[in-house]
Write a protein that binds this ligand. Sequence first.
Ligand code: NAP
Length: 287
Amino acid sequence: MMTTWRFPRAGVAGWPAAHSRSPIINGYWLKTLGISGAYERFEVRPGEFGKFAERIGRDGLIGVNVTAPHKEIAFAACDRHTAVAAALKAVNTLWREDGLLWGDNTDVEGFLANMDVSVPGWASSSESAMVIGAGGAARAIVYGLASRGFRRIAIVNRTHAKAVAVATEFSDVAVVAPWDSLSREPSGADLLVNASSLGMIGQPPLEIDLGALPQAAVVSDIVYVPLRTSLVKSARARGLQAAEGLGMLLRQAIPAFERWFGFRPEVTPALQALIEADILVVHEERR
Ligand code: NAP
């Protein structure tokens, strides 16, 4: 017997997917916008993503977000990619169109939108940046900074070879800076971004001296657990403008929701408070 789905479904696929806050974000939007739909978690084991992706477009499943460790394998499973996904070779949003599986990467849009809201005018006269990290998020950020006119981006990463790989990929704008440049003060950069896991609860702290950054420099940390990282606090204590990571998480979800459900949702203070409360509860439980 064929099952008829009464409403569209989306969800997040990961291994694990249990920690993802996407169901809270998308559930909030479905409810407040009055849309009859559902957003679920899909625990998809490594090696099983291809089979899972065949479900997209069937049984009411209109699309999914993709999280670790599947972003690259999901890219490979797609028939078509948006330009940004093609450049990054990793996707976090999937949907089916005319039978073809499409993939997008909304981390770039999420990062840039959060910077625009948190520090208006942040990129208007900036040319140089230092990005800490060389993983998936760092690559998205380097791509985004290049799109906003940054001309020199120094990549600092614990594993030198990975920094070299990112700098080679974005050779028009990116260069490698040595790992010890963090302790030697990141001088001269208009923007400093932490795109590594350092400073996250359960990870080692990010040890960095902000003393030599110009007074007009902007600092951004994409880590959002804790909500206000030591990097953000130190930057503000020095009088620098700083952006927190939660805004990126919330805003990378907007384009996916709009694509699936046809409404562009907003990051409201109520949504922000809902996610902050969830993070604080989990944080307290881990103490
Ligand atoms: P990833 O691909 O696994 O990259 C992790 C990065 O952190 C690598 O550069 C890694 O360096 C570095 N790192 C990890 N442990 C380290 C340590 N002990 N010492 C020095 N460097 C270390 O992860 P990702 O997806 O890029 O995510 C990076 C961080 O950004 C995570 O904390 C994640 O939660 C956060 N994030 C936030 C958002 C948001 O929306 N706010 C979005 C994406 C990611 P090596 O190359 O040396 O291993």
